[in-house]
Design a protein around this ligand. Structure first.
Ligand SMILES: *[C@@H]1O[C@H](CO)[C@@H](O)[C@H](O)[C@H]1NC(C)=O
Ligand SMILES: *[C@@H]1O[C@H](CO)[C@@H](O)[C@H](O)[C@H]1NC(C)=O
Ligand SMILES: *[C@@H]1O[C@H](CO)[C@@H](O)[C@H](O)[C@H]1NC(C)=O
Ligand SMILES: *[C@@H]1O[C@H](CO)[C@@H](O)[C@H](O)[C@H]1NC(C)=O
Ligand SMILES: *[C@@H]1O[C@H](CO)[C@@H](O)[C@H](O)[C@H]1NC(C)=O
Ligand SMILES: *[C@@H]1O[C@H](CO)[C@@H](O)[C@H](O)[C@H]1NC(C)=O
Length: 443
């Protein structure tokens, strides 16, 4: 580092080859360090904010200058440029414009170390200076998500952490679960001039987290109109649960019936195993098994029994049962004499039996469906009559109340007409009997 000797003599103004007046790179503070000296011969500068790696243009202006030299020096008080003469050997620092009214230099590939107070000096007697603070923004690194094992087992508690370093000022770190923001625990550590920001998320993993994307997003003032983000998709392994779907609710002899075993689980439990009454399935001419499906082309009473479907993955085994009771084909249909209907028993996995029950289709008792219609009809009529009566009573009650109110007001009217309190009481008393009469009438 060599410091340029400061001459108090004037340097010749630089060539007028620059076409347009220069502008500040990123003027942050609009206010100018403007101190009016004699003849307005004072340097004027502006504070600046530049993103790491960018270019900072340092401009110093003098409104009225008599060819007195301008100088820029850095926070370490080293002279950078004296007029158009370069003083510090640093390839990143270049002259943009040097006239008697302006000295503009540029610092490219700005680093955090360039931050500080820069001074522009005007070598009048005495020397006048103006100070500009150069703020350098540290760009946050792409966030990293840690703490995720693949796959995760259902019921495991995991802590996802998202870390981004290098930001200045400290970056904002946010978590999103499938686009929806969720709150994490933030922690900020300073390391040198920059900050390391960490946000952690504690999750109790369940099967619904399978395939869910967790995104960590970093917003920062240096990332204008954009942001950095990293996404991890959870893969959750869970023990199977099984449901059986059937094609018809009631089972009569000769009917076609298809049972479908639907196993849920990750890894997917495949294939499924069908059994009847704890043993082998009957002949293939009675029942057709195709993967998850069990089909009876024509039901027969000999098909009675409990059919069970079993599914297994490395986390466990689960099964569902279907109790088949084949009834006589209806000769004369009489709904009141139905024999026990097919019921479905679900033996779900250990974890989520509630979900299953709601997911099973056709898990209704067919006997409940054809309810006696006469009772419902009568009930409806009674309800309507009761409601109408209630309405009538309310309307009548309001009507009576209103009329009673009117008469009481009339009674008090005597007071309005009276010239004094005594007369008012007399008037009121006089009307009292009349009002009483009316009240009795309506009550
Ligand atoms: C700095 O000044 C030069 C010359 O006027 C200009 O080309 C450049 O765009 C400026 N840089 C910034 C970051 O404003
Ligand atoms: C500045 O210097 C130039 C060239 O040396 C000269 O032509 C000009 O008159 C001077 N201006 C003032 C105000 O002294
Ligand atoms: C420039 O920045 C410095 C340091 O941050 C501050 O003290 C000063 O007030 C600022 N000047 C203006 C004009 O904003
Ligand atoms: C921050 O600092 C604390 C204490 O020095 C340390 O325990 C923690 O791990 C640090 N966090 C990060 C994100 O560096
Ligand atoms: C049911 O099976 C028995 C014995 O296999 C047979 O005799 C009968 O005809 C079958 N009934 C129907 C409705 O298919
Ligand atoms: C099947 O169940 C029905 C209804 O309980 C019964 O009437 C019939 O005898 C049963 N048939 C066989 C073969 O078990």
């Amino acid at each position: 580092c060599l410091s340029f000797p400061v001459f108090l003599s004037s340097f010749p103004p630089s060539s007028p080859s620059f076409p347009s007046p220069s502008r500040y790179s990123i003027p942050v503070a609009a206010t100018k360090n403007k101190v009016r000296g004699a003849q307005g011969q004072v340097p004027i500068v502006q504070n600046m904010t530049v993103t790491e790696g960018g270019i900072a243009n340092l401009t110093c202006r003098v409104e009225h200058n008599d060819n007195t030299s301008l100088q820029w020096s850095n926070p370490a008080q080293q002279t950078l440029f004296f007029g158009d003469k370069k003083a510090l050997r640093d390839n990143r620092i270049e002259l943009v414009r040097a006239t008697s009214q302006e000295l503009t230099i540029s610092i490219s590939e700005v680093t955090l170390a360039d931050e500080g107070m820069y001074t522009c000096s005007l070598f009048t007697m005495p020397v006048k200076t103006a100070k500009a603070f150069l703020t350098v923004l540290g760009v946050p690194k792409k966030p990293e998500i840690n703490g995720l094992t693949k796959p995760v087992l259902e019921g495991d508690q995991i802590t996802l952490t998202c870390v981004t370093s290098g930001s200045k000022p400290a970056a904002d770190v946010r978590w999103f679960k499938n686009e929806k923001e969720i709150k994490g625990a933030k922690e900020v550590n300073a390391s040198g001039k920059t900050f390391t920001v960490k946000s952690s998320l504690q999750l109790l993993v369940n099967r619904h987290d399978d395939g869910v994307a967790y995104t960590c997003r970093v917003d920062h003032v240096s990332l204008t109109a954009t942001h950095e983000e990293t996404t991890q998709v959870l893969e959750v392994h869970y023990a199977p649960y099984v449901e059986i779907k059937h094609s018809i609710p009631a089972t009569l002899e000769g009917q076609y019936l298809k049972l479908e075993c639907v196993p849920h689980g990750n890894p997917s439990p495949d294939p499924v195993l069908w059994t009847k009454d704890g043993g082998e399935l009957p002949d293939l001419d009675r029942v057709i098994v195709e993967g998850r499906e069990l089909t009876f082309m024509s039901l027969n009473k000999t098909d009675n029994g409990t059919y069970r479907c079993e599914a297994t993955n490395h986390l466990g085994t689960s099964h569902a049962e279907y109790k088949l009771v084949v009834k006589d084909a209806p000769t004369t249909s009489s709904p009141s004499t139905t024999s026990p209907s097919p019921t479905l028993q679900d033996n779900t996995g250990p974890l989520d039996s509630k979900d299953l029950n709601s997911a099973v289709t056709g898990n209704r008792d067919p006997n409940a469906l054809p309810g006696p219609p006469d009772h419902a009809l009568i009930g409806g009529i009674v309800a309507v009559v009761v409601f109408a009566t209630l309405c009538l009573i309310i309307v009548l009650g309001r009507y009576l109340a209103r009329h009673k109110g009117t008469y009481l007001t009339n009674e008090a009217k005597g007071a309005d007409d009276a010239p004094d309190a005594d007369t008012a009481i007399i008037n009121a008393d006089g009307n009292h009997a009349h009002a009483e009469e009316k009240k009795e009438y309506f009550i």
